[in-house]
Ligand binder design. Sequence first.
Ligand SMILES: NC(=O)c1ccc[n+]([C@@H]2O[C@H](COP(=O)([O-])OP(=O)(O)OC[C@H]3O[C@@H](n4cnc5c(N)ncnc54)[C@H](O)[C@@H]3O)[C@@H](O)[C@H]2O)c1
Length: 318
Amino acid sequence: MSARPVLVTGAAGFIGSNLVDRLLEDGRHVIGVDDLSTGSLSNLAEARSERHAGRFDFVRLDVRQGGLLPVVERHRPEVIHHLAAQIDVRRSVDDPLHDADVNVLGTIAVLEAARQAGVRKVCYASSIGSYGEPSEEQLPVNESFTTPAVSPYGVSKRVAIDYLRTYEQLYGLEWTALTLANVYGPRQTTSGEGGVVATFAGRMLAGEPCTIFGDGEQTRDFVFVDDVVHAFVLASDRGCGQRFMVGTGERTSINQLFRALAAATAYGHAPTHADAQPGEVRHSSLDAREAGQQLGWKPWTTLEEGLAATLAWAADRG
Ligand SMILES: NC(=O)c1ccc[n+]([C@@H]2O[C@H](COP(=O)([O-])OP(=O)(O)OC[C@H]3O[C@@H](n4cnc5c(N)ncnc54)[C@H](O)[C@@H]3O)[C@@H](O)[C@H]2O)c1
């Protein structure tokens, strides 16, 4: 294991903070960077505790604003996991300039700091939201599936991968992109792509009404955050110059998810229905066989286990 630190952008966010905790458990020295625009320091309570004293540094900064290079030069990380992003699909439709600013210019700023400071590799959080609506025959989708994105968020997250490729060609900077399905688990907030689990869990525990958009028969591939974090750890050393699907291959309808969470929380109310959201695909599931072969990754958390862990965390938080 390298003695050089690992830097995580978006470290105070949902997936980033879980990744920080995992890296610290693995004995790594971790630099967390976040501007706290949607992330929270409370997600880093464990990382900042006495247990990890001297092995975790947090720097509050916006990756676009020039402060990143001095941080990277000072700490000389071997790998950067780039997770900082604007992740709200609806906001990207309302304000595509802001979305591109954070997601495209932010990624370029990370790549510039990486190449100038001699970072070996950048691992990037890509999104299945970048790859449009699959036909029934294409499901579960693999890496060859590339229909155009249906939202500015999908475009900005996809363009970033072209920059990764270009930096590899120009400067030999290594990269791996992980195309994530709908990630769920502890610390997720109610906004963003996989927020339906967090939203239903929070509302059911509080006895509040839940809304299903459309008929609820649309399906998603829900992948647990611990499994996703493991994929980033594996990608630090494997799968250079490639993009991998990170999902379970299973399709869970929103109605099924509602029923599973309602049973687990003894929630007695029926859902209310509202119009389907524009810009959302009907069905999604990812074929992670390539990640299995190249990274040695596979999901091991069942939906039942993952939902139980998420509910336990949400109940504990109150
Ligand atoms: N959650 C999912 O289901 C999902 C699915 C596919 C891809 N992803 C990708 O995974 C990554 C992490 O997503 P998440 O769900 O943890 O979201 P999140 O919003 O919890 O985390 C993003 C973090 O980035 C920080 N950030 C935003 N702009 C920044 C900037 N300019 N400088 C520094 N920090 C900044 C935010 O404060 C936040 O802590 C994102 O890149 C997202 O696109 C997430």
